[in-house]
Design a protein around this ligand. Sequence first.
Ligand SMILES: Cc1cc2ncn([C@H]3O[C@H](COP(=O)(O)O)[C@@H](O)[C@H]3O)c2cc1C
Ligand SMILES: O=C(O)c1cccnc1
Length: 355
Amino acid sequence: MELLKNTLASIKPADEDAKKKAKERLDNLTKPIGSLGVLEEIVIKMAGITGNIHNKIDKRNIIVMCADNGVVEEGVSACPQYFTKILTENLIKGYTGVSVLSKLTGTDVTTVDIGVNGDITLKGVLNKKINYGTKNITKGPAMTRDEAIRAIEAGIEVADSSCKKGYDILGTGEMGIGNTTTSGAVLSIFSGLNPDATCGKGAGLTDEQFEHKKEAVEKAIEINKPDKNDPIDVISKVGGFDIAGMCGCFLSAAKNRKPIVIDGLISSAAALCAVRLNSLAKEYIFPSHLSKEPGAIYMMKEIGLKPMLDLEMRLGEGSGCPLAFQVIEAALYVMDHMATFEESTLDKDVLIDIR
Ligand SMILES: Cc1cc2ncn([C@H]3O[C@H](COP(=O)(O)O)[C@@H](O)[C@H]3O)c2cc1C
Ligand SMILES: O=C(O)c1cccnc1
C-alpha cells in the first residue's frame, strides 16, 4: 500500500508556465493561429508534462498487461480462456498486432504476466503474477482488495522501471480473454450507464451471446455492489489484474512526469480508474484512438479526454499506441522545425485569429 499511497501523493499538476510558453511559440510559427489543430494541443500538453517547450521522443515502450478473467466461464467471450496464455507468448514471438506495429515504429514492448491462468516459462515475459486469473464476477468479487492494491503496485513498479531506463513515452496494452466484459462493468459503475451502452461484442459474439454478456455485467454489479467513490473497490470487485496493472502504469507515468498513451477500451478502463484515484493523472495521459467498441466513447467522456485518431480499430493489446506515438512525434517535430514569423521575415499582424 505504501507504494500506491506515495505515488498518489507525488503526482503534481502540469507546468502551466511551460504550456503558456509553448502556445506563444506555436502562435508565432508561420501558420494561421491554431491551424495545426490537435497537433498544437499535443505540443502544449507535452510542455506541461515535461516543463520544456521542446521535447523529443527517442525511446518508446508499450507495457502489455496479460491476465485471465474468471467471468469467461459465463460464455461472455467468443474465445476460450487458454487463448490468453498463447497470445501472451505470441507477444514475445512478435506475432501479434501490437508487436508488428511496434517493430514498424521502433517501439519496445514489455510483456507482463500479471495474472495469466497458467505458468509462462517463455523468456522475456516479466513475471508479476498476482494470481492465476480472477474469480467469476457474476458470483462475487474478482479479487481481494489486497490483490487489487498489489496489482496496481506491480503496474507502478513496471512503469517506474521503464521511466528509469530512459523511455520518453509509455503506452499501455493488455491481453486477456473476457476483459471487454470487466471493462464494461467498470464503466457502468463510474458512469451510471446501463450495460446496453457500455458493452460491445468484444472479440466477436452472436447476438444471443451479446445479450448474455450484458446480463452478466448487470449481475456482477448487482451481486458485488461496488462503491463508485472507491476505485480500488471497483477494480477488486468487477475489474481484472490487467486493468489494475495498467492503472498503476498511468499513476507511475504521472508521478515521473512522463507522457503515457491509452490504447482501446480496456486501457481506457484502467485510465479511468487512475483518474478517479487522482484527477491530476489526466494531465499526463494521451488517448490514441477511438476504439470501435461502443463503450469507448463514454470512457473518453468520463476521463474527459479526446482521442487523436479514429481508425475503427478494436484489437486492444496496445495496438493504437505506436500510431499515436507517430502523431505525437510529428507534432513535436513541427514545433522544433517550423520557422517563426520573425525568422522568416513575414508580417504576422496581417493575420486574423478565427478560433
Ligand atoms: C486472436 C485474438 C487476438 C487478440 N488480441 C487482442 N485481443 C483482445 O480481445 C480480448 C478481449 O475480447 P473479449 O472480451 O471478447 O474476450 C482481449 O484479449 C483483447 O486484448 C484479441 C482477441 C483474439 C481472439
Ligand atoms: O478497444 C479495445 O481495447 C478492444 C476491443 C475489442 C476487443 N479487445 C479490445
